[in-house]
Design a protein around this ligand. Structure first.
Ligand code: KE4
Length: 430
């Protein structure tokens, strides 16, 4: 596969951009080789600078649930861009998308738009701290809530991929206010709460975790956290940046029937444009400036182009609930095909899947938290990644990420993915 132009671009990029990329996981450090540079995308396909086509299983890390360059989203963006991309003043679309999110996600009584998932999560914990007057937060090992200082402790996603779950540059003072527990370990959370009585402002988690690879909550884990937070006056924050509008229209909280006090959103709600949002109970959100004293702001928050793209996306998902069944069917076909090959080749690898998200872990252990995820053979995953890429299938370049499917995948694409998987497994194990 010729990747000459990508390689030239990558070597030039490294002169001007740290690591040649604007987000670390894109550098392919965890899987070897050099990153490919994407020139365009349409539907289920990516096209790189050298003209190679790939079936896309990341979809910009979640946003492209309808596939790339969907005409509905594109026309909404063009329509908004024509009347100036930004005013820095209130607009009709911001009211419409806020009303729509509050309608679709009942636990969100008020919502504030921001420009990334990181901004959403950092603002949510600031609101929780302002509302409770408490300083400490609890997060889970392997969960990723963006790159704000408070979250770069035992962080997942790119942080673990780069081998820096605890990042330099985060002060001891900040780190002291972030307590961590193993995912799915309710007793560990109770122990932290007992040892830090009345000091914990919030518990933030991915209610279905995608940033250590895909890990689903154990039965009663989410409801157990809910009850604990009720008892202790702790704000329960569901980080649904990945799962919101993906695993169900109303996200994991709809799927599992557990209601958080706050929710953070991103990715799909921007339809590919930079958007994040945080929202929740009225009495918490009314602590936020200008109505309350907790300050949070943003020049491009709620900008017309991003709101137009997000509105088009959310309205389409709301009007076409069958999309979730379609994604479930696509995901079932792909994962059953992969499972069939694993069985045929006598491999005991673990595949975790829920809705249109899944991860193939190169370990025989069941994967229920960060520790078990880390038993995966990441070197072997790297070889698998490259073997799949060579066969025209574009995966997340890290064992510790989830894949995200789109409705644009055809039966032929599914057949190619299953074929590529079996051939790649045979190749790396030969
Ligand atoms: P952003 O700041 O990257 O928009 O969102 C941060 C974030 C917050 N919460 C969850 C659950 C997330 O998954 C993310 C970001 N996801 C990663 C993918 N694992 C983004 C990819 C990247 O870092 O380049």
């Amino acid at each position: 596969m010729n990747t000459q132009i990508s390689q030239e671009l990558f070597s030039k990029a490294q002169n001007f951009i740290p690591g040649g990329v604007n987000s670390p996981v894109r550098a392919f450090k965890a899987v070897g080789g050099k990153p490919i540079f994407i020139q365009s995308a349409k539907g289920a396909y990516l096209f790189d600078e050298d003209g190679n086509r790939y079936i896309e299983l990341i979809n910009s890390w979640g946003p492209m649930i309808l596939g790339h360059a969907h005409e509905l989203i594109e026309s909404a963006i063009w329509g908004a861009v024509k009347t100036s991309p930004s005013f820095g003043a209130p607009t009709r679309r911001e009211v419409e998308i806020a009303e729509l999110i509050c309608h679709i996600v009942p636990s969100i009584e008020k919502v504030r738009m921001v420009n990334s998932g990181t901004e959403a999560c950092m603002s949510a914990i600031r609101a929780a701290r302002g509302y409770t007057g408490r300083a400490k937060i609890i997060k889970f090992e392997g969960c990723y809530h963006g790159h704000a200082d408070s979250f770069l402790i035992a962080a997942g996603s790119g942080a673990i991929t780069m081998g820096s779950p605890d990042s330099p540059g985060v002060t001891t003072g900040t780190a002291l206010d972030t307590l961590t527990a193993p995912y799915n370990d309710l007793q560990a959370v109770q122990n932290l709460v007992d040892a830090n009585k009345n000091q914990i402002a919030c518990i933030i988690l991915e209610p279905v975790a995608g940033n250590m690879g895909l890990v689903t909550p154990a039965p009663d884990f989410l409801s157990g956290l809910r009850q604990l937070c009720n008892r202790e006056g702790i704000v329960l924050i569901f980080d649904e940046v990945m799962t919101g509008f993906r695993l169900a229209l109303g996200g994991v909280q709809e799927l599992y029937g557990v209601t958080p006090d706050m929710t953070t959103l991103g990715k799909i709600i921007g339809g590919g444009m930079p958007v994040g949002a945080y929202g929740g109970k009225r009495e918490i959100m009314d602590c936020i400036s200008p109505v309350g004293k907790v300050y949070q702001a943003g020049t491009l928050s709620g900008n017309p182009v991003a709101m137009a793209a997000g509105l088009a996306m959310l309205r389409h998902l709301q009007a076409n609930p069958q999309i979730y069944k379609q994604l479930e069917t696509i995901s079932y076909k792909i994962t059953q095909g992969i499972r069939g090959s694993i069985e045929k080749l006598g491999l005991g690898y673990t595949l975790n899947q829920i809705g249109s998200m899944f991860t193939l872990f190169f370990t025989n252990q069941t994967v229920t938290n960060f520790e078990s995820a880390k038993t995966s053979d990441t070197a072997l995953f790297g070889k698998y990644f490259q073997a799949m890429l060579k066969r025209g299938v574009y995966l997340a370049p890290s064992q510790f990420e989830s894949l995200f499917l789109s409705t644009a995948l055809s039966d032929d694409d599914i057949k190619q993915i299953i074929w590529a998987n079996e051939e790649s497994l045979k190749e790396i194990l030969s």
